[in-house]
Design a protein around this ligand. Structure first.
Ligand code: ADP
Length: 546
């Protein structure tokens, strides 16, 4: 017997329809260039998105067509999110910070037919256009008066919208229809595409809005700093529609001063980003002795948020929501909310829990396994390969000929983690970054977290370097804060009482800067290449081993 309830597919268009109907006068604010603010409402956004849907039709976009973007966070990118998926086509957000060859690879692999790009990215577009034969139209996301000069035949986004009406009925698609496509950065090999559906997007959006997700509501002013090309800005533009929050889109200026300016002017309460983006903001606030007057919460993920960053934000009155996920998990899988019983714990224990990557909410299941696939205990101590499953976790990569990547129905994340009985995850490493010393594993993230707590350290990375006796030993690579000094002995002394003796790095190397991936994470692959000629000193620091 079936239930008697309405059959309404879970569709992305419903999010914008809801925002228009019940939050029609709530603002979406975009910074298009320094000092150039665009301001309109969800009602206006919906109207323009319907025009865009008509315009896409005129360009020959049909169900399952791929429409790519090379763009930062603006209202035009927001309109593309909803128009492309809304008509049943697939939006493929491409990360413009990747190497041109990777951008070209993604556009060709995705079979993008239309590419919409920020005019500032014209040099990239001109470099790759000839090698992207399937792209029928290159659309510059700007007005007719600001169209850039180019040898290429470009279309103008605003002219396209201007030549179409705003009458459009969103089609009632099957909720399992593909809606969006995002490629992982692919630190090794080619980027891999993850193809989301309307259903997976809606379930993920509902989950992140929950109190133990990101706790979002219509009382929030949300400013996602996470780029809209990085796993759909972690789903925040969809969530903003679902709850009807004011949305602030910061454009391309993500330096500390520009972020601070927008936080204050728009009275932002909630933000998101990877740890590296916050280094600039925190330094700016510190050097100028500034306070944040409205910001209450920042979700930090993409790589481990060092505990020192938690404390810096706490001093500014900002709560850090530490979250873990990946492109393959839409991306949110865990966040660090405590339970009632934890509130009774001493401050130090609560802090220890909150600096972990958090626990899964309903819809995400996790387990850790050993090398043979045997499940390991959830005791917060044992660590192994982290596996995940749920309705917003991928089964296979795009065009992988149906080849499932699952292991007995679970997605192997490539992360190594501990899990405790409440489901709190602590990521100890990417499996390829774990340091294997004398048959034991050392967590590079743990050592980095302690090193970055030193007042003279701006950034730190720990990599494993081949060792004749122990297979691998940890090497600490440090960027000093400007105007600050610290040497090898001082740093090792600082770490000595904080970590197990045999975890102590055997040496410290000071560098001007550390390499980052296109999504702002430490690129240990590049760092290992940069330090391939490094040799251990005669007397290692970890005398306990000799
Ligand atoms: P990419 O940056 O390669 O495009 P993702 O953004 O999908 O890929 O990266 C996912 C990976 O980022 C995770 O598997 C994990 O290693 C790392 N990661 C994400 N969030 C955290 C976190 N809070 N702490 C530690 N590592 C994290």
């Amino acid at each position: 017997m079936q239930g008697n309830m309405m059959q309404m597919p879970l569709l992305i268009s419903a999010l914008l329809r809801h925002a228009d109907a019940y939050h029609g006068d709530t603002e979406i604010v975009s910074r298009l260039a320094p000092g150039e603010i665009h301001r309109y409402t969800y009602r206006d956004a919906h109207r323009r998105t319907r025009r865009l849907a008509n315009a896409l039709g005129s360009l020959g976009v049909v169900q399952s067509s791929r429409v790519g973007t090379l763009a930062c966070n603006t209202h035009r990118h927001f309109e593309l999110y909803f128009a492309v998926s809304g008509v049943g086509a697939i939006i493929n957000t491409v990360n413009p910070r990747l190497f041109p060859e990777q951008v070209e690879y993604i556009i060709n692999h995705a079979e993008d037919e239309i590419m919409c790009f920020d005019p500032a990215l014209l040099p990239l577009v001109e470099k790759i256009a000839a090698r992207c034969p399937r792209v029928r139209a290159w659309v510059a996301l700007t007005g007719a008066g600001e169209m850039p000069e180019s040898e290429l035949e470009l279309l103008c986004y605003e002219s396209l919208l201007g030549s179409h009406g705003d009458r459009f009925e969103w089609p009632e698609l099957d909720e399992n229809t593909a809606s969006s496509l995002c490629y992982t950065s692919g630190t090794t090999g080619n980027p891999k595409g993850v193809l989301y559906s309307h259903r997976s997007t809606l379930l993920h959006t509902l989950a992140i809005c929950l109190p133990d997700g990101l706790d979002l509501s219509a009382r929030e002013v949300m400013m996602p700093v996470t780029p809209m090309f990085h796993v759909f800005s972690w789903g925040l533009p969809y969530a903003a529609c679902l709850v009807g929050a004011k949305l602030v889109l910061p454009g391309a200026q993500l330096d500390g001063a520009s972020l601070y300016d927008l936080f204050e002017k728009e009275q932002v309460t909630f933000t998101s980003g990877v740890p590296t983006v916050w280094l600039g903001l925190l330094e700016h606030l510190q050097s100028k002795k500034l306070k944040l007057s409205s910001l209450k919460r920042a979700v930090i993920g993409g790589s481990a948020c060092p505990p020192a960053m938690f404390d810096q934000f706490a001093d500014l009155g900002v709560e850090v929501i530490h979250a873990w996920g990946m492109t393959e998990t839409s991306p949110f899988a865990t966040s660090n909310h405590l339970k009632a019983k934890h509130l009774l714990l001493p401050e130090a224990d609560r802090r220890r829990l909150r600096t972990k990557q958090g626990r899964p909410g309903f819809g995400v299941e996790l387990k850790i396994v050993d090398g043979e696939g045997r499940e390991l205990p959830r005791d917060g101590v044992a660590f192994g390969d982290l596996l995940v499953r749920g309705p917003w976790v991928t089964v296979a990569y795009f065009k992988a000929d149906g080849d499932s990547v699952l292991r007995d129905g679970w997605f192997p994340t490539g992360d190594v983690a501990t899990l405790d009985e409440d489901g709190f995850v602590q990521i100890t490493d990417r499996s390829k970054d774990v340091i294997k010393s004398g048959g034991e594993w050392i967590s590079s993230i743990d050592i980095e977290n302690f090193a970055i707590a030193h007042p003279a350290v701006a950034e730190a990375a720990v990599i494993g370097v081949a060792h004749p006796k122990w297979a691998e030993r940890p090497l600490l690579v440090v960027v000093r804060k400007s105007g600050q000094d610290v040497d090898r002995e001082q740093l090792l002394g600082f770490l000595r009482d904080k970590i197990a003796k045999w975890w102590l790095p055997d040496d410290v190397v000071f560098v001007e800067s550390l390499p980052h991936t296109a999504t702002g994470k430490l690129s240990k692959l590049t760092l290992r290449q940069q330090l391939k000629d490094y040799r251990w000193p005669e007397v290692p620091a970890s005398t306990a081993l000799t």
